[in-house]
Design a protein. Structure first.
Length: 212
């Protein structure tokens, strides 16, 4: 196995840890333990904790960029891309949790800027996608920026462990119901019956399995 492949394998092991823990409180011994390798082996592939954090932030930014390509893919219908956009917002809330943003703000402000720029680029692509769909009569005339802000706030709240307990609802039900709310907000009545909600149901279940 080539060095880059090995490095990628170890990096993939630490990504879930960064999503659930403040990396400012993790040292290199902790990171090596989560990678399931010795500290000496880790230093063969990563020069420092800062390098690993940068790789993680870059991977988050790359995820935002992947959503931009799908939103502008005219080979997909507007309804398909609407569902992709919702899935992307859901995964972004999972992959870029509040705990990460707070750590970046305090310890790595330049890396936070990297994420914020990626989010701005995503918003620009989303606006282009939305404006085209609205012109075709598929989408309701709402502010696309508010749409994404709503996703960011609500999905993060739903994903908090206390949410399902407070409102006596399963995570699956909460996410599915929120998806239906977004569908009715976003899509005009003539097109609502054309949306295959079963596809989104499966995608939501896959995300839940990943974070369980």
């Amino acid at each position: 196995m080539e060095k880059d492949q090995i490095r990628f394998k170890y990096f993939e092991k630490i990504k879930p840890v960064f999503r659930k823990n403040r990396f400012s409180q993790l040292n290199m011994d902790d990171i090596a333990r989560h990678m399931d390798i010795s500290k000496a082996t880790m230093y063969k592939y990563f020069s420092s904790k800062d390098e690993i954090v940068k790789l993680f932030v870059d991977s988050c930014a790359d995820y935002f960029k992947s959503g931009e390509n799908m939103m502008l893919d005219e080979g997909l219908s507007y309804l398909e891309r609407f569902q992709i956009t919702f899935e992307h917002s859901l995964k972004a809330a999972v992959y870029v949790p509040d705990i990460l943003l707070q750590d970046l703000k305090e310890a790595y402000p330049k890396l936070l800027d990297t994420l914020l720029r990626a989010e701005q680029e995503r918003l620009a692509c989303f606006k282009q996608f939305f404006d085209a769909g609205a012109a075709e009569g598929v989408f309701n005339p709402i502010n696309p920026a508010l749409y994404l802000v709503q996703d960011d706030v609500v999905l993060r709240r739903i994903l908090e462990p206390s949410f399902t307990i407070q409102f006596d609802i399963t995570l699956k039900k909460a996410l599915s119901d929120y998806y239906l709310i977004k569908k009715h907000q976003f899509i005009t009545p003539p097109f609502l019956d054309s949306v295959d909600d079963g596809i989104m149901d499966k995608k939501i279940q896959q995300v839940i399995q990943q974070i369980s």
